[in-house]
Write a protein that binds this ligand. Structure first.
Ligand code: ADP
Ligand code: TRP
Length: 320
């Protein structure tokens, strides 16, 4: 099965990206034909500093490779290295009903978070549909917040196939139950735009500071606490096995447990979990040519698939 996903290089990646998306991406590469890309055309809707964009693209590449993305199994590339995707986005936009885009939550959410309203943000689900359809993707692993965009993609693909004959596969989304939304240090969804993230590859002392600063209620040590109401517990649970989770839940309910103690354990768990990946990332950082070569090879392989799709699409619409 062809699996595809993209991630925006719009800032440092964090635990939400990892548990909500990247971990699944890396797992799926062993069972499927995986294609993953760094969505730099998308990131232009929020980043207007060329050096920052370049640095974020490189960081995403290093993060993925450090976390186990295997370029022998996976096609890994930068979105803009296959510019045909913007050509397809235009063609798809000519059959995309306005109402479909007007119903998308992401536009209003992004404007509410302070992004400047622009056509790119409004039309972004069409570019995302092109990303998915041009590679004839069958399964798209994403976090829950992206589910609506996969539905839009399906609608656009069905409409295109109905008008012009079958050019595209109809993709399914893939979201993993249990860790749909990773909370940030303030209890809201962890997100680059909320200033509440913990990054896997940040300096140890920054991670420590952030973990020790996780906001909690003001219950005293001796009071009983409800683990289900605690985002500190939810973060701990990401790293704990079944037994550790139930022991910790038990300690919450029994009282006598201070939040400071839980934070210390969480910090240790984060550092332990990511230690081998942090070492690997440092090695990659010392040899940037390798990551650049991986992206260049990936772009070549992606282009072959994209070109075949565009040939079909152009023939179908009559601009060959
Ligand atoms: P951000 O909100 O930090 O800008 P993105 O929108 O770039 O993150 O998301 C990249 C991927 O990571 C998407 O598939 C998204 O669903 C997933 N993701 C982001 N934040 C979280 C979170 N807090 N919990 C679960 N998944 C997340
Ligand atoms: N929109 C996704 C996000 O913000 C990134 C993305 C762009 C993507 N194109 C995609 C994800 C295609 C899956 C498939 O996280």
């Amino acid at each position: 099965m062809r699996v595809l996903s993209g991630i925006q290089p719009s800032g440092k990646l964090h635990l939400g990206n990892y548990f909500g998306a990247m971990r699944q991406h890396i797992k799926l590469q062993n069972e499927h034909n995986a294609i993953y890309f760094i969505a730099d055309y998308h990131a232009l809707t929020s980043i207007r500093d060329k050096n920052a964009l370049k640095r974020h693209v490189l960081d995403v590449a290093l993060d993925y490779l450090a976390l186990g993305l295997n370029p022998d199994k996976t096609i890994f590339f930068k979105q803009s290295d296959v510019p045909q995707v913007t050509e397809l986005a235009w063609i798809l936009s000519t059959i995309t009903p306005m109402g479909l885009l007007e119903r998308c939550h992401s536009y209003k959410d992004k404007i509410a978070r302070g992004l400047l309203p622009c056509h790119g943000i409004f039309a972004y689900p069409v570019l995302m549909a092109a990303d998915i359809l041009i590679y004839q993707s069958e399964l798209v692993p994403v976090g829950k917040d992206q589910k609506q965009h996969i539905e839009v993609t399906r609608d656009i693909a069905i409409k295109f196939n109905n008008i012009y004959g079958k050019a595209f596969k109809i993709p399914d989304e893939f979201t993993v139950a249990g860790c749909e939304v990773v909370p940030g240090v303030d209890g809201q969804k962890m997100s680059k735009s909320y200033n509440n993230t913990i990054g896997m590859f940040e300096a140890e002392k920054i991670i420590k500071k952030k973990v020790m600063g996780i906001i909690t209620d003001s219950k005293a040590v001796e009071e009983a606490k409800d683990p289900q109401q605690s985002h500190l517990f939810a973060l701990y649970a990401l790293f704990a096995d079944k037994q550790e989770k139930s022991d910790m839940a038990q300690k919450f309910r029994a009282g006598g447990l201070g939040y400071g103690q839980v934070k210390k354990e969480l910090f240790q768990k984060i550092m332990e979990y990511f230690a081998p990946y942090r070492t690997k990332r440092q090695e990659l950082e010392n040899n940037l040519d390798y990551a650049e070569q991986v992206l260049a090879d990936g772009a070549k392989r992606a282009q072959e698939i994209a070109q075949a799709s565009m040939y079909k699409v152009k023939q179908a619409v009559g601009i060959m």
